[in-house]
Design a protein around this ligand. Structure first.
Ligand SMILES: *Cc1c(COP(=O)(O)O)cnc(C)c1O
Length: 431
Protein backbone atom coordinates (compact mmCIF):
# COMPACT_ATOMS: atom_id res chain seq x y z
CA UNK A 1 0.00 0.00 0.00
CA UNK A 2 1.41 3.38 -1.09
CA UNK A 3 1.05 6.11 1.54
CA UNK A 4 3.67 8.63 0.36
CA UNK A 5 1.40 11.69 0.37
CA UNK A 6 0.18 10.88 3.89
CA UNK A 7 3.77 10.55 5.05
CA UNK A 8 4.78 13.83 3.46
CA UNK A 9 1.76 15.68 4.91
CA UNK A 10 2.46 14.23 8.34
CA UNK A 11 6.06 15.41 8.30
CA UNK A 12 4.92 18.92 7.26
CA UNK A 13 2.18 18.87 9.90
CA UNK A 14 4.67 18.03 12.64
CA UNK A 15 6.49 21.31 11.93
CA UNK A 16 3.47 23.42 12.79
CA UNK A 17 0.93 21.31 14.73
CA UNK A 18 1.81 19.61 18.05
CA UNK A 19 2.45 15.98 17.15
CA UNK A 20 1.13 16.69 13.66
CA UNK A 21 -2.52 16.16 14.63
CA UNK A 22 -5.31 18.27 16.10
CA UNK A 23 -6.51 15.55 18.47
CA UNK A 24 -4.14 12.98 20.01
CA UNK A 25 -6.28 9.90 19.24
CA UNK A 26 -5.67 10.49 15.53
CA UNK A 27 -1.95 9.83 15.83
CA UNK A 28 -0.98 6.17 15.56
CA UNK A 29 1.12 6.25 18.74
CA UNK A 30 -0.68 3.28 20.32
CA UNK A 31 -0.42 1.06 17.23
CA UNK A 32 2.82 2.10 15.50
CA UNK A 33 3.13 3.77 12.10
CA UNK A 34 2.08 7.19 10.85
CA UNK A 35 -1.48 8.49 10.61
CA UNK A 36 -3.24 8.35 7.24
CA UNK A 37 -4.42 11.68 5.83
CA UNK A 38 -7.84 11.59 4.19
CA UNK A 39 -9.12 13.46 1.18
CA UNK A 40 -12.72 12.36 0.85
CA UNK A 41 -15.32 9.92 2.07
CA UNK A 42 -18.65 8.65 0.83
CA UNK A 43 -21.00 6.09 2.37
CA UNK A 44 -19.05 3.32 4.08
CA UNK A 45 -15.65 4.25 2.63
CA UNK A 46 -12.90 6.82 3.09
CA UNK A 47 -10.23 7.62 0.50
CA UNK A 48 -6.79 8.78 1.57
CA UNK A 49 -4.46 11.30 -0.08
CA UNK A 50 -2.72 8.50 -2.00
CA UNK A 51 -6.00 7.16 -3.38
CA UNK A 52 -6.30 4.10 -1.10
CA UNK A 53 -9.85 3.21 -0.09
CA UNK A 54 -10.85 1.94 3.36
CA UNK A 55 -14.05 0.67 4.93
CA UNK A 56 -14.47 3.06 7.86
CA UNK A 57 -15.17 1.42 11.23
CA UNK A 58 -14.89 4.61 13.31
CA UNK A 59 -17.16 6.90 11.33
CA UNK A 60 -15.63 10.08 12.74
CA UNK A 61 -15.90 8.55 16.25
CA UNK A 62 -19.64 8.18 15.84
CA UNK A 63 -21.25 11.07 13.96
CA UNK A 64 -21.26 9.38 10.52
CA UNK A 65 -23.87 6.87 11.69
CA UNK A 66 -25.62 7.15 8.29
CA UNK A 67 -22.31 6.91 6.43
CA UNK A 68 -20.16 9.69 5.02
CA UNK A 69 -21.43 12.63 3.01
CA UNK A 70 -25.10 11.86 3.56
CA UNK A 71 -27.02 13.79 0.88
CA UNK A 72 -29.77 15.10 3.17
CA UNK A 73 -27.25 16.54 5.61
CA UNK A 74 -25.21 17.97 2.75
CA UNK A 75 -28.25 19.70 1.30
CA UNK A 76 -29.26 21.18 4.66
CA UNK A 77 -25.75 22.53 5.26
CA UNK A 78 -25.57 24.19 1.84
CA UNK A 79 -28.97 25.81 2.34
CA UNK A 80 -28.01 27.12 5.78
CA UNK A 81 -24.67 28.53 4.63
CA UNK A 82 -26.36 30.51 1.90
CA UNK A 83 -28.29 32.39 4.59
CA UNK A 84 -25.05 33.29 6.45
CA UNK A 85 -22.91 30.88 8.45
CA UNK A 86 -23.59 32.72 11.70
CA UNK A 87 -25.94 35.26 13.26
CA UNK A 88 -24.74 35.47 16.86
CA UNK A 89 -28.46 35.87 17.60
CA UNK A 90 -31.32 33.36 17.91
CA UNK A 91 -32.73 31.51 14.90
CA UNK A 92 -35.54 29.04 14.17
CA UNK A 93 -33.21 26.06 13.73
CA UNK A 94 -32.23 26.24 17.42
CA UNK A 95 -35.89 25.92 18.38
CA UNK A 96 -36.44 23.01 16.00
CA UNK A 97 -33.48 20.99 17.28
CA UNK A 98 -34.30 21.69 20.94
CA UNK A 99 -37.89 20.51 20.45
CA UNK A 100 -36.65 17.39 18.66
CA UNK A 101 -34.00 16.51 21.27
CA UNK A 102 -36.54 16.84 24.09
CA UNK A 103 -38.92 14.57 22.18
CA UNK A 104 -36.27 11.95 21.40
CA UNK A 105 -34.78 11.95 24.93
CA UNK A 106 -37.78 12.38 27.26
CA UNK A 107 -35.64 12.92 30.41
CA UNK A 108 -34.53 16.22 28.87
CA UNK A 109 -36.99 19.05 29.61
CA UNK A 110 -34.56 21.83 28.70
CA UNK A 111 -31.43 21.66 26.54
CA UNK A 112 -28.52 24.05 25.95
CA UNK A 113 -26.45 23.74 22.75
CA UNK A 114 -22.65 24.00 22.93
CA UNK A 115 -19.82 23.26 20.47
CA UNK A 116 -18.32 19.98 21.71
CA UNK A 117 -18.79 17.08 24.08
CA UNK A 118 -16.09 18.54 26.31
CA UNK A 119 -18.08 21.74 26.74
CA UNK A 120 -21.22 19.74 27.45
CA UNK A 121 -19.73 17.74 30.33
CA UNK A 122 -17.86 20.70 31.82
CA UNK A 123 -21.06 22.72 31.83
CA UNK A 124 -23.20 19.89 33.19
CA UNK A 125 -20.90 19.45 36.19
CA UNK A 126 -20.95 23.20 36.86
CA UNK A 127 -24.75 23.21 36.78
CA UNK A 128 -24.97 20.16 39.05
CA UNK A 129 -22.65 21.90 41.53
CA UNK A 130 -24.66 25.12 41.35
CA UNK A 131 -27.92 23.22 41.81
CA UNK A 132 -26.78 21.11 44.78
CA UNK A 133 -24.40 23.64 46.38
CA UNK A 134 -21.83 20.80 46.63
CA UNK A 135 -18.29 20.63 45.17
CA UNK A 136 -17.33 17.00 44.61
CA UNK A 137 -18.33 14.56 41.93
CA UNK A 138 -17.70 10.89 41.18
CA UNK A 139 -16.41 9.59 37.87
CA UNK A 140 -15.39 6.10 36.81
CA UNK A 141 -11.95 4.81 35.88
CA UNK A 142 -11.69 4.43 32.14
CA UNK A 143 -14.62 6.72 31.36
CA UNK A 144 -13.71 9.74 29.25
CA UNK A 145 -15.69 12.94 29.53
CA UNK A 146 -13.67 15.26 27.33
CA UNK A 147 -10.57 17.21 28.29
CA UNK A 148 -11.98 19.52 30.97
CA UNK A 149 -9.51 19.84 33.89
CA UNK A 150 -11.62 18.09 36.48
CA UNK A 151 -12.12 15.01 34.27
CA UNK A 152 -8.43 14.36 33.60
CA UNK A 153 -7.97 12.41 36.80
CA UNK A 154 -6.44 8.94 36.76
CA UNK A 155 -6.90 6.06 39.14
CA UNK A 156 -4.13 6.98 41.66
CA UNK A 157 -3.67 4.28 44.26
CA UNK A 158 -7.14 2.83 44.18
CA UNK A 159 -10.69 4.00 44.08
CA UNK A 160 -11.00 5.23 47.65
CA UNK A 161 -8.17 7.74 47.48
CA UNK A 162 -8.36 11.27 46.18
CA UNK A 163 -7.65 11.62 42.48
CA UNK A 164 -4.32 12.81 41.19
CA UNK A 165 -4.11 14.73 37.91
CA UNK A 166 -3.65 12.70 34.74
CA UNK A 167 -2.08 15.62 32.89
CA UNK A 168 0.37 18.35 33.83
CA UNK A 169 -1.50 21.65 34.03
CA UNK A 170 -4.35 20.23 36.10
CA UNK A 171 -3.94 21.52 39.64
CA UNK A 172 -4.20 19.30 42.68
CA UNK A 173 -6.87 21.71 43.92
CA UNK A 174 -9.04 20.79 40.95
CA UNK A 175 -8.19 17.09 41.22
CA UNK A 176 -9.23 16.77 44.83
CA UNK A 177 -12.90 17.36 44.01
CA UNK A 178 -12.95 14.44 41.56
CA UNK A 179 -13.60 11.07 43.19
CA UNK A 180 -12.91 7.85 41.31
CA UNK A 181 -14.61 4.48 41.33
CA UNK A 182 -14.16 1.34 39.21
CA UNK A 183 -16.81 0.88 36.52
CA UNK A 184 -19.44 -1.70 37.49
CA UNK A 185 -18.50 -1.52 41.21
CA UNK A 186 -21.59 -0.25 43.01
CA UNK A 187 -20.19 -1.01 46.46
CA UNK A 188 -17.17 1.20 45.83
CA UNK A 189 -19.48 4.05 44.85
CA UNK A 190 -21.63 3.56 47.96
CA UNK A 191 -18.51 3.70 50.10
CA UNK A 192 -17.26 6.91 48.48
CA UNK A 193 -20.65 8.55 48.93
CA UNK A 194 -20.69 7.45 52.57
CA UNK A 195 -17.22 8.90 53.17
CA UNK A 196 -18.18 12.17 51.49
CA UNK A 197 -21.69 12.46 52.87
CA UNK A 198 -23.51 15.60 51.75
CA UNK A 199 -20.56 16.69 49.59
CA UNK A 200 -21.16 14.85 46.32
CA UNK A 201 -22.91 16.99 43.70
CA UNK A 202 -22.97 14.50 40.85
CA UNK A 203 -22.15 11.06 39.56
CA UNK A 204 -21.16 11.18 35.89
CA UNK A 205 -20.91 8.01 33.82
CA UNK A 206 -20.87 6.70 30.27
CA UNK A 207 -23.87 4.32 30.65
CA UNK A 208 -22.11 2.08 28.14
CA UNK A 209 -18.41 2.87 28.23
CA UNK A 210 -16.73 3.39 24.88
CA UNK A 211 -13.48 4.99 25.90
CA UNK A 212 -11.76 1.92 27.38
CA UNK A 213 -13.04 -0.17 24.52
CA UNK A 214 -16.71 -1.13 24.58
CA UNK A 215 -17.64 -2.06 28.17
CA UNK A 216 -21.22 -2.83 29.16
CA UNK A 217 -22.81 -2.07 32.52
CA UNK A 218 -23.64 -5.17 34.55
CA UNK A 219 -27.27 -5.88 35.39
CA UNK A 220 -28.34 -3.67 38.28
CA UNK A 221 -25.32 -1.36 38.22
CA UNK A 222 -26.95 1.70 36.64
CA UNK A 223 -30.15 1.00 38.60
CA UNK A 224 -28.05 0.98 41.77
CA UNK A 225 -26.51 4.34 40.92
CA UNK A 226 -29.98 5.73 40.24
CA UNK A 227 -31.24 4.60 43.66
CA UNK A 228 -28.14 5.93 45.42
CA UNK A 229 -28.49 9.34 43.75
CA UNK A 230 -32.17 9.50 44.72
CA UNK A 231 -31.38 8.65 48.33
CA UNK A 232 -28.51 11.15 48.64
CA UNK A 233 -29.75 14.08 46.54
CA UNK A 234 -26.98 13.53 43.99
CA UNK A 235 -27.43 14.54 40.34
CA UNK A 236 -27.02 11.52 38.06
CA UNK A 237 -25.43 12.55 34.76
CA UNK A 238 -25.33 10.17 31.80
CA UNK A 239 -22.58 11.18 29.43
CA UNK A 240 -24.22 10.07 26.20
CA UNK A 241 -21.85 11.93 23.89
CA UNK A 242 -21.10 8.55 22.33
CA UNK A 243 -24.25 6.51 23.03
CA UNK A 244 -26.81 9.27 22.42
CA UNK A 245 -28.85 8.67 19.23
CA UNK A 246 -26.65 5.58 18.65
CA UNK A 247 -27.96 2.83 20.94
CA UNK A 248 -31.55 4.01 20.39
CA UNK A 249 -33.16 7.26 19.31
CA UNK A 250 -33.22 8.13 23.02
CA UNK A 251 -29.71 6.78 23.67
CA UNK A 252 -28.51 4.29 26.27
CA UNK A 253 -31.08 5.51 28.77
CA UNK A 254 -33.91 4.41 26.48
CA UNK A 255 -32.23 1.12 25.60
CA UNK A 256 -31.29 0.24 29.20
CA UNK A 257 -34.31 1.78 30.91
CA UNK A 258 -32.46 3.85 33.52
CA UNK A 259 -33.25 7.55 33.54
CA UNK A 260 -30.66 10.16 34.56
CA UNK A 261 -31.26 13.69 35.87
CA UNK A 262 -28.98 15.25 33.28
CA UNK A 263 -27.63 14.07 29.91
CA UNK A 264 -24.65 15.26 27.89
CA UNK A 265 -24.65 14.86 24.13
CA UNK A 266 -22.21 15.30 21.25
CA UNK A 267 -20.87 13.45 18.22
CA UNK A 268 -24.04 12.34 16.28
CA UNK A 269 -25.92 15.45 17.44
CA UNK A 270 -23.96 17.63 14.99
CA UNK A 271 -24.26 15.38 11.96
CA UNK A 272 -20.49 15.79 11.51
CA UNK A 273 -20.27 19.44 12.51
CA UNK A 274 -18.92 20.55 15.90
CA UNK A 275 -21.90 20.38 18.27
CA UNK A 276 -22.53 19.30 21.84
CA UNK A 277 -25.46 19.77 24.21
CA UNK A 278 -26.44 19.26 27.80
CA UNK A 279 -29.88 19.06 29.26
CA UNK A 280 -32.09 17.52 31.88
CA UNK A 281 -34.84 18.18 34.36
CA UNK A 282 -36.37 21.63 34.26
CA UNK A 283 -35.68 22.32 37.94
CA UNK A 284 -31.95 21.71 37.36
CA UNK A 285 -31.63 23.40 33.97
CA UNK A 286 -33.43 26.47 35.37
CA UNK A 287 -30.12 27.18 37.13
CA UNK A 288 -28.49 27.90 33.76
CA UNK A 289 -27.89 31.54 32.79
CA UNK A 290 -29.77 33.71 31.85
CA UNK A 291 -32.70 31.88 33.56
CA UNK A 292 -30.56 31.13 36.61
CA UNK A 293 -27.23 31.99 38.24
CA UNK A 294 -24.86 29.35 36.72
CA UNK A 295 -22.95 31.03 33.90
CA UNK A 296 -22.39 29.27 30.58
CA UNK A 297 -22.17 30.85 27.14
CA UNK A 298 -20.86 30.43 23.58
CA UNK A 299 -20.28 32.84 20.66
CA UNK A 300 -21.00 30.15 18.06
CA UNK A 301 -23.36 27.98 20.14
CA UNK A 302 -26.49 27.07 18.19
CA UNK A 303 -24.68 27.96 14.98
CA UNK A 304 -27.19 27.77 12.09
CA UNK A 305 -25.04 25.56 9.83
CA UNK A 306 -24.28 23.13 12.65
CA UNK A 307 -27.95 23.10 13.73
CA UNK A 308 -29.04 22.39 10.15
CA UNK A 309 -26.70 19.39 9.93
CA UNK A 310 -27.62 18.10 13.39
CA UNK A 311 -31.35 18.59 12.99
CA UNK A 312 -31.39 16.80 9.64
CA UNK A 313 -29.54 13.81 11.03
CA UNK A 314 -31.63 13.55 14.21
CA UNK A 315 -34.89 13.98 12.29
CA UNK A 316 -33.91 11.14 9.98
CA UNK A 317 -33.16 8.87 12.94
CA UNK A 318 -36.41 9.89 14.62
CA UNK A 319 -38.47 9.25 11.49
CA UNK A 320 -36.66 5.99 10.64
CA UNK A 321 -36.42 3.93 13.84
CA UNK A 322 -35.80 0.85 11.66
CA UNK A 323 -32.25 2.27 11.23
CA UNK A 324 -31.43 0.91 14.70
CA UNK A 325 -32.45 -2.60 13.70
CA UNK A 326 -30.24 -2.35 10.63
CA UNK A 327 -27.29 -1.04 12.70
CA UNK A 328 -27.66 -3.86 15.18
CA UNK A 329 -27.99 -6.59 12.56
CA UNK A 330 -24.93 -5.27 10.65
CA UNK A 331 -22.93 -5.33 13.86
CA UNK A 332 -24.16 -8.78 14.91
CA UNK A 333 -23.16 -10.20 11.53
CA UNK A 334 -19.64 -8.80 11.89
CA UNK A 335 -19.29 -10.05 15.47
CA UNK A 336 -20.62 -13.49 14.50
CA UNK A 337 -17.99 -13.61 11.76
CA UNK A 338 -15.25 -12.67 14.21
CA UNK A 339 -16.43 -15.31 16.68
CA UNK A 340 -16.47 -17.99 14.02
CA UNK A 341 -12.88 -17.10 13.02
CA UNK A 342 -11.74 -17.17 16.64
CA UNK A 343 -13.35 -20.55 17.14
CA UNK A 344 -11.78 -22.06 14.04
CA UNK A 345 -8.37 -20.61 14.92
CA UNK A 346 -8.59 -21.64 18.58
CA UNK A 347 -8.47 -18.05 19.83
CA UNK A 348 -10.58 -16.98 22.76
CA UNK A 349 -10.62 -13.19 22.45
CA UNK A 350 -13.28 -11.25 24.33
CA UNK A 351 -15.79 -9.42 22.16
CA UNK A 352 -18.09 -6.88 23.82
CA UNK A 353 -21.01 -5.59 21.77
CA UNK A 354 -24.21 -3.63 22.18
CA UNK A 355 -26.19 -2.08 19.32
CA UNK A 356 -23.72 -0.70 16.80
CA UNK A 357 -20.76 -0.50 19.23
CA UNK A 358 -18.27 -3.33 19.64
CA UNK A 359 -14.66 -4.10 20.62
CA UNK A 360 -12.52 -7.18 20.30
CA UNK A 361 -10.10 -7.30 23.23
CA UNK A 362 -6.91 -9.32 22.83
CA UNK A 363 -7.49 -11.22 26.06
CA UNK A 364 -9.45 -14.33 26.97
CA UNK A 365 -10.69 -12.79 30.22
CA UNK A 366 -14.01 -11.04 30.65
CA UNK A 367 -13.73 -7.22 30.30
CA UNK A 368 -16.03 -5.22 32.62
CA UNK A 369 -13.88 -2.32 33.86
CA UNK A 370 -10.57 -0.55 33.25
CA UNK A 371 -8.46 -3.13 35.08
CA UNK A 372 -9.86 -6.02 33.10
CA UNK A 373 -9.58 -4.01 29.85
CA UNK A 374 -5.89 -3.62 30.61
CA UNK A 375 -5.49 -7.42 30.43
CA UNK A 376 -5.62 -6.97 26.66
CA UNK A 377 -2.36 -7.40 24.74
CA UNK A 378 -1.89 -3.93 23.23
CA UNK A 379 1.17 -4.94 21.24
CA UNK A 380 -0.81 -7.65 19.53
CA UNK A 381 -3.56 -5.14 18.87
CA UNK A 382 -1.04 -2.80 17.22
CA UNK A 383 -0.01 -5.59 14.88
CA UNK A 384 -3.62 -6.47 14.14
CA UNK A 385 -4.53 -2.83 13.52
CA UNK A 386 -1.83 -2.46 10.87
CA UNK A 387 -2.72 -5.78 9.23
CA UNK A 388 -6.34 -4.65 8.97
CA UNK A 389 -5.28 -1.23 7.65
CA UNK A 390 -3.27 -2.89 4.88
CA UNK A 391 -6.38 -4.86 3.98
CA UNK A 392 -8.41 -1.66 3.65
CA UNK A 393 -10.19 -1.67 7.02
CA UNK A 394 -9.81 1.53 9.04
CA UNK A 395 -10.14 0.74 12.76
CA UNK A 396 -9.78 3.03 15.77
CA UNK A 397 -6.00 3.25 16.37
CA UNK A 398 -6.14 1.94 19.93
CA UNK A 399 -7.25 -1.21 21.74
CA UNK A 400 -9.12 1.04 24.17
CA UNK A 401 -11.68 2.43 21.75
CA UNK A 402 -15.03 1.09 20.66
CA UNK A 403 -15.79 0.68 16.96
CA UNK A 404 -18.83 2.41 15.47
CA UNK A 405 -20.79 0.64 12.76
CA UNK A 406 -22.71 2.71 10.22
CA UNK A 407 -26.08 1.91 8.67
CA UNK A 408 -24.74 1.96 5.10
CA UNK A 409 -22.45 -1.08 5.20
CA UNK A 410 -23.25 -3.34 2.25
CA UNK A 411 -23.28 -7.13 2.50
CA UNK A 412 -20.03 -7.03 0.49
CA UNK A 413 -18.50 -4.61 3.06
CA UNK A 414 -19.48 -6.92 5.91
CA UNK A 415 -18.01 -9.91 4.08
CA UNK A 416 -14.79 -7.93 3.44
CA UNK A 417 -14.50 -6.94 7.10
CA UNK A 418 -14.96 -10.52 8.29
CA UNK A 419 -12.46 -11.87 5.77
CA UNK A 420 -9.87 -9.18 6.61
CA UNK A 421 -10.26 -10.02 10.30
CA UNK A 422 -9.85 -13.73 9.61
CA UNK A 423 -6.76 -13.20 7.42
CA UNK A 424 -5.20 -10.80 9.93
CA UNK A 425 -5.71 -13.21 12.82
CA UNK A 426 -4.13 -15.97 10.71
CA UNK A 427 -1.15 -13.70 10.00
CA UNK A 428 -0.75 -13.04 13.72
CA UNK A 429 -0.80 -16.75 14.51
CA UNK A 430 1.72 -17.45 11.73
CA UNK A 431 4.19 -14.81 12.97
C1 LIG B 1 -15.97 12.10 22.68
C2 LIG B 1 -16.48 12.15 24.05
C3 LIG B 1 -16.47 13.33 24.80
C4 LIG B 1 -15.79 14.57 24.32
O1 LIG B 1 -16.41 15.14 23.21
P1 LIG B 1 -15.56 16.14 22.29
O2 LIG B 1 -16.55 16.60 21.27
O3 LIG B 1 -14.42 15.35 21.74
O4 LIG B 1 -15.09 17.25 23.17
C5 LIG B 1 -17.08 13.31 26.05
N1 LIG B 1 -17.66 12.21 26.54
C6 LIG B 1 -17.69 11.05 25.83
C7 LIG B 1 -18.38 9.87 26.42
C8 LIG B 1 -17.08 10.98 24.59
O5 LIG B 1 -17.08 9.81 23.93
Amino acid sequence: MKIEKSKSLFSRAKNFIPGGVNSPVRAFKAVGGDPIFFKSAKGSKMVDEDGNSYIDMINSWGPMILGHANEMVEEAVIQAIQHSPSFGAPGEREVLIAELICEMVPSIDRVRMVNSGTEATMSAIRVARGYTGRDKFIKFEGCYHGHGDSFLIAAGSGAMTMGTPDSPGVTSGTAQDTLLAPFNDLEAVQKIVEENKGEVAAIIIEPVAGNMGCVLPKAGFLEGLRALCDAEGIVLIFDEVMTGFRLAKGGAQERLGVIPDMTTLGKIIGGGLPVGAYGGKKEIMDFVSPEGPVYQAGTLSGNPVAMAAGYTMLKYLFDHPETYGKLESNTKKIVAGYKESCEVLGLNYTINQIGSMYSMFFTDKEVFDLNTAKHADTQLFGKYFNLMLNRGIYLAPSQFETLFVSSVLSDQDIEDIIRANDDSLRDIIAS
